[in-house]
Design a protein around this ligand. Structure first.
Ligand SMILES: C[S@@+](CC[C@H](N)C(=O)[O-])C[C@H]1O[C@@H](n2cnc3c(N)ncnc32)[C@H](O)[C@@H]1O
Length: 213
């Protein structure tokens, strides 16, 4: 046996627990299996983004009055909606423009023992009539390009017109999010809440919260 010093590397973290849900990382075997099957999200739905932790933590500390039906818009791997399905017992529609995110969402949902209904659609295609069925609209990190400011603003307009009771949009505070949030607050009211989580699911950012009851 060689006497050379062997440097031990820490094993990669495969999952974390946060507010009652399991958050897998890219090295989790369920996620690696989906990746090996060739699913490649193309609009940044490539991991669990930290803004989703902000919404989960906010909802944990501020349980919504109405949450039977929840829309997770721009769901990516879907953890915000999965948390609502698991902890609020909501019926959840997970919507994303990119069909490649859904095999990842299925893997995360299975790990958490829940299901949500997938919907492949762009924000722009979601009409007032469809939005009317939801109590709560959540969206984490969906306003990251200039071209998304208008579609996200208009989605909020239609959701409020449709009578959705509460809307919560989280972001790591990109300028595009602030542009959208300022315009939305000027039109509809609502507040910008700075939020921070600590521990294993650390995140910092802002939440646009609009109550419509
Ligand atoms: C940065 S990821 C955030 C994913 C997830 N919400 C999270 O926090 O982990 C943005 C997601 O929005 C989706 N997206 C981008 N533009 C969209 C649009 N116009 N309509 C619907 N989904 C869109 C992308 O496919 C991607 O999954």
């Amino acid at each position: 046996m060689s006497k050379d010093k062997v440097t031990k590397r820490a094993a990669p973290v495969k999952e974390r627990k946060f507010r009652g849900v399991t958050l897998p990382t890219a090295s989790h075997k369920a996620i690696r299996k989906v990746k090996r099957a060739g699913h490649e999200p193309a609009i940044h739905g490539t991991k669990l983004w930290r803004s989703s932790f902000l919404i989960i933590d906010y909802l944990h500390k501020n349980p919504p009055e109405l949450c039977s039906k929840v829309l997770d818009a721009g769901c990516g791997w879907g953890i915000t909606g999965i948390w609502c399905a698991k902890k609020l017992r909501s019926e959840v529609v997970s919507l994303d423009a990119d069909p490649a995110v859904f095999p990842y969402l299925d893997a995360v949902a299975t790990l958490n023992g829940v299901t949500t209904s997938p919907c492949v659609k762009r924000f722009e295609q979601l009409m007032k009539k469809e939005l009317a069925e939801f109590d709560l609209l959540v969206a984490a990190d969906v306003c990251f390009w200039d071209e998304l400011v208008k579609p996200v603003s208009k989605l909020i307009d239609r959701a409020l017109n449709a009578g959705v009771s509460q809307i919560i949009i989280a972001d790591p505070e990109r300028p595009t999010f602030h542009e959208m949030a300022e315009k939305t607050i000027a039109r509809h009211g609502g507040e910008l809440v700075h939020w921070r989580t600590s521990g294993k699911a650390k995140a910092t950012g802002a939440l646009l919260v609009i109550n419509n009851q």
